[in-house]
Design a protein. Sequence first.
Length: 158
Amino acid sequence: MLIQLPESAQSVLLRDAEKRDPVTARRSQLARILLRERYLSRESLMFRVESIMGFASFGDKNWKDNFYRDMRVVKASLRQAGFDLKYSRSGEKPGYYFAGEAPLHPDVKKEIAGALKEIDQEQIEIYKHISPAQKFYQACSIINLARKVSMRGNPNEQ
């Protein structure tokens, strides 16, 4: 008789496996990214995973084979959970997506709506009057902050 582990126990075991096994960690990150974002190409998915786990996470020589092997397992696991992962080759929206689902996950839509509410018209007016050098410096600072955040992963998961 097969006894189903409680979800909380599965989560603890998965986190432990991710720490010890880079393949499991890579596959888990792929699944998490796919559940959150749609229409990502192979390159985009790999970039996101490597931003979290470190560069060359898929290997130096066999990275294509590793990616496709990982995606077969991820696709099977998502199918088991009721998701139908597809790949679109259309020029308009290329990349991985879930059949029958919206292009954006509802949580992402909420985040975008929240960010739009935070737009401050006064700050926009100030920004219009700063020099190109100040705008460049500010852009570099934002990029550096984004890199630091992406290297740490999702702060809600830690």
